[in-house]
Ligand binder design. Structure first.
Ligand SMILES: Cc1cc2nc3c(=O)[nH]c(=O)nc-3n(C[C@H](O)[C@H](O)[C@H](O)COP(=O)(O)O)c2cc1C
Length: 316
C-alpha cells in the first residue's frame, strides 16, 4: 500500500505546468470521440513520436485502443470552454463544435494552436492509465497564444523579458542611493499616493489614521476585545492605546460592553462615508489597468503580504 497522500501527490504534480490538448479519434461505429488531455508530451524526433495517457475509467478508452490513430490538438488560449467541454464524460462533446474528418476519418477540430495527426504505434500499461505512443504522420501550427494548465487552473503563457537581472540593481549602498526601480520605494510611494485622498478625507472628518483603522476593523468584525483589536492592527504600525478607545467612545463611534467593543451607528456612518470615498477613488484608478494587470497585481500583493506576515484573514 502506497504511503503517498493522493491529494498532496496530485497537487505536487500540478506544479508541472503543461499545455492543454484535445485528443480525438473514432469509435467502432465511426462516431467522433475526444478527450481533454494535459498528459501530452514529445518523445522522439527521429522517428517522430509523441505520447499521452488516458485514464482506464474513460468511457472512450476502447475507441483509442482500437482505432489505430489519434489527432492531438494543442489548444489556444481562448479555447478554455472547449477544453472543459471535452473533459465532461456526459456531454455530446461534438455538438456545436466545428470539425472535419481527416483521411483516416478521425476528427480535426477547426481551431488549434498546433495539430499532430498520429498513428498509434504502442500502448503501455501505466498504473490506472494507458500510455499511447503515436508516430506523427503530419502536423500543422497556427501562430496562436497557447492555453496553459497549472496547479489545477488555466493560465496564459507569458514570455519572460530578455532582461533577467532583478530590478534591485538600482540600489547603491555605498552612496546611500536608490533608483526609482527600487521595489520597496515603489510600494511605499504607491501606498502614500493612493491613500492620500482618503487620509485627507479622514482628517477633514476629524478621524485620525489609527482611529480609522479601528473603525474599519470594527465595521467588519463583531464585538471584539480591545486586546484583539490591538493585535489585529499590528501590521499598520499603529498601536491603538486606551486613549484611542476612550476618544472613539467620547465621539460615540464605538460602544463598550465589558471588555468588548463594537462600532456604533454613528461610527459606522462615518466609516461608510470614508469607505465611499475609497471606492470612488478605486474606480477611477482601476480604469487605467487591464483585467490581466489587475489580476497580476492582486496576486502579487497577496503573495507579498503572505511572505512578509500572514494571509489576509477572510473578512466576509
Ligand atoms: C485540463 C485537463 C487535462 C486533462 N488531462 C487528462 C489526461 O491527460 N488524461 C486523462 O485521462 N484525463 C484527463 N483529463 C480528464 C478527461 O478530459 C476527462 O476525464 C474526460 O471526460 C474523459 O473522457 P471520457 O468522456 O472518455 O470519459 C483532463 C481534464 C482537464 C480539464
Amino acid at each position: 500500500m502506497s504511503k503517498i497522500n493522493p491529494n498532496n501527490f496530485r497537487n505536487a504534480l500540478g506544479q508541472f505546468a503543461t499545455g492543454v490538448t484535445i485528443v480525438t479519434t473514432i469509435d467502432d461505429n465511426n462516431l467522433p470521440v475526444g478527450v481533454t488531455a494535459s498528459s501530452f508530451n514529445s518523445v522522439s524526433l527521429d522517428p517522430p513520436l509523441v505520447l499521452w495517457s488516458l485514464s482506464k475509467n474513460a468511457k472512450s478508452m476502447p475507441a483509442y485502443q482500437n482505432s489505430g490513430g489519434f489527432n492531438v490538438h494543442v489548444l489556444a488560449s481562448h479555447q478554455m470552454d472547449l477544453s472543459n467541454k471535452f473533459a465532461r464524460s456526459t456531454e455530446d462533446k461534438f455538438e456545436n463544435v466545428e470539425w472535419d474528418s481527416c483521411e483516416e476519418g478521425i476528427p480535426v477540430l477547426a481551431e488549434y494552436a498546433a495539430l499532430f495527426r498520429c498513428k498509434t504505434n504502442f500502448q503501455y500499461e501505466g498504473g490506472d492509465h494507458i500510455i499511447f505512443v503515436g508516430e506523427v504522420i503530419s502536423y500543422e501550427t497556427n501562430n496562436l497564444p497557447v492555453l496553459v494548465f497549472h496547479a489545477g487552473k488555466y493560465a496564459d503563457a507569458k514570455q519572460k523579458s530578455v532582461k533577467a537581472e532583478p530590478i534591485l540593481a538600482g540600489i547603491d549602498l555605498g552612496l546611500g542611493q536608490f533608483s526609482n526601480d527600487f521595489l520597496l520605494y515603489l510600494l511605499s510611494r504607491a501606498h502614500f499616493q493612493t491613500s492620500y485622498p482618503v487620509r485627507k478625507e479622514c482628517l477633514r472628518m476629524g478621524v485620525s489614521e489609527p482611529e480609522y483603522f479601528c473603525l474599519s476593523l470594527l465595521s467588519m468584525s463583531g464585538p471584539i476585545s480591545r486586546k484583539d483589536t490591538i493585535s489585529r492592527l499590528e501590521h499598520t504600525g499603529h498601536h491603538p492605546d486606551s486613549e484611542i478607545f476612550a476618544r472613539l467612545e467620547r465621539k460615540k463611534y464605538i460602544d463598550s460592553n465589558n471588555n468588548d467593543i463594537t462600532i456604533s451607528k454613528k461610527g459606522r456612518e462615518v466609516f461608510i462615508s470614508i469607505l465611499a470615498q475609497s471606492k470612488a477613488l478605486e474606480e477611477q484608478l482601476l480604469k487605467h489597468f487591464s483585467n490581466d494587470e489587475l489580476l497580476e497585481a492582486n496576486n502579487f500583493l497577496k503573495k507579498l503580504i503572505k511572505i512578509t506576515g500572514s494571509d489576509i484573514p477572510e473578512l466576509w
